[in-house]
Design a binder for this molecule. Structure first.
Ligand code: AMP
Ligand code: MG
Length: 423
């Protein structure tokens, strides 16, 4: 993102922007203030899929453990291959994968060998089955073969004693395959993060209940639940907390007693019933930021004892945008993961014009499509209000618009951040 500086516009926008933090500054401050959890556990390799390694892994063996054939064919000594014409080789037997031919090859012999079969002692080259003529107990081999061809050396994938993975590696399918290939049954991983969340607001009702005048259903706990589910964390749903000082304080204390991270939505603006900031200040450390972004301007961040606290705004789209931009990277760091290719961006040509006022960094909801290999188009997902969850539900990306950008015409290229499968 290129939003290190907020362009100051003259006039009214300038006043609005005074003291605003950029998105990049807020991200950096949050990442600086969180660290990996300290607990670890030992798990069978399969159960460690998706978890983060808490130890360095060194290979205890050579992989492959023996020099073997990369093809079905015949193992010979390169020195015996004919310089011209063809040569007939007696075939004393076969080296199957897992059932080696244990007799050393004698000069002039060719041992039949299958893919993965151990190379007989003395043989150094494999001639593919398709390049020979087999006749009973002999095989005829011609010219054009390179010494050493079609042979996989012991340890060519991993040598015994070689570092394999370091602490902080997220275990993918390939990674647990590698752990299995070196014979490990168990590995040490960071324990799962515990994340508590609740909604604040007197107007919030749980689904399944009728709405009274002025009430709305609590949707933020559903979007937060969904986004946390993608992160393989332990989720502690604390429900809705009314806008009362004592109730908020109790919820904060309960959450801090059991969770590594606490996420709330609502109650961080300057409304009279917004107790999140003052309670955080009372119980721990509090930073309140107005971030030069849209949606999601006010965010509260801090600590209560060892727990990290994220106070997100109440508007449903703001919750999702601020979670993706600030909370998710922080939680990933807290899981112990050391390097993340996560929220990457691509360039896309917009097929719709995009309204934009200068001053704030905008995360507009878009629908990204691939039009040719490596080429993308994007269109607006619809109305962009911070309360309009429907356009968020139809979007698969954020369209990132720099603070100084104004209206974007159809056909212009914009920077897009795909989030499909991430939130
Ligand atoms: P607040 O930050 O508490 O002033 O809330 C900002 C806006 O978001 C208000 O319109 C709230 O009604 C709405 N809002 C707050 N929490 C939720 C929630 N959990 N679900 C849906 N809308 C909410
Ligand atoms: Mg509220």
């Amino acid at each position: 993102m290129k939003n290190n500086e907020v362009e100051r516009q003259p006039g009214c926008e300038d006043e609005l922007n005074t003291g605003l933090l950029t998105v990049a500054e807020a991200q950096a401050r949050i990442l600086d203030a969180v660290a990996a959890v300290s607990g670890t556990e030992t798990l069978p390799v399969r159960e460690a899929l998706g978890r983060v390694l808490a130890e360095d892994i060194v290979s205890p063996i050579d992989v492959p453990s023996h020099t073997n054939s990369a093809m079905d064919g015949y193992a010979v000594r390169a020195a015996d291959l004919p310089a011209e014409g063809t040569r007939e080789f007696p075939v004393p037997g076969t080296s199957w994968a897992g059932r080696p031919w244990l007799t050393a090859i004698e000069p002039g012999q060719a041992v039949q060998i299958m893919t993965g079969g151990m190379m007989p002692e003395g043989a150094d080259t494999v001639v593919m089955q398709e390049h020979v003529q087999r006749d009973g107990d002999t095989v005829r081999i011609g010219t054009g073969h390179k010494p050493g061809q079609n042979v996989r050396a012991a340890g060519e994938d991993l040598a015994s004693g070689q570092p394999v993975f370091t602490t902080g590696k997220r275990l993918t399918a390939a990674a647990i395959g590698v752990l299995a290939s070196i014979g490990l049954a168990e590995v040490s991983v960071y324990r799962r993060l515990k994340v508590a969340f609740f909604s604040t607001g007197d107007e919030l009702r749980a689904v399944g209940q009728p709405l009274g005048p002025g009430e709305i259903y609590d949707s933020n706990r559903y979007t937060l639940y969904g986004m946390l589910k993608k992160l393989d964390v332990e989720i502690i749903d604390m429900g809705v907390v009314r806008d009362q000082r004592e109730l908020i304080e109790k919820a904060f204390k309960d959450a801090a007693a059991s969770a590594d991270a606490i996420i709330t939505s609502g109650g961080v603006s300057v409304g009279e019933a917004d107790f999140v900031k003052e309670t955080l200040e009372k119980l721990g450390s509090m930073s309140f930021w107005k971030i030069a972004m849209k949606p999601g301007r006010p965010v509260t961040f801090g600590h209560i004892n060892k727990a990290v606290f994220f106070g997100l705004p109440g508007n449903p789209v703001s919750v999702m945008v601020t979670f993706f931009q600030f909370v998710r990277p922080a939680l990933l760091k807290m899981t112990g993961e050391s390097s993340v290719l996560d929220a990457y961006t691509v360039a896309a040509r917009t097929t719709t014009a995009l309204r934009k006022r200068p001053g704030r960094y905008e995360f507009q909801r878009g629908v990204l499509e691939q039009t040719a290999p490596g080429e993308f188009s994007v269109r607006s997902a619809g109305a962009q209000g911070s309360g309009i969850l429907r356009s968020m539900s139809e979007a698969n990306c954020f369209i990132l618009l720099d603070p100084d950008r104004t209206r974007v015409e159809a056909g212009e290229v914009v920077e897009v951040q795909p989030f499909q499968n991430l939130i």
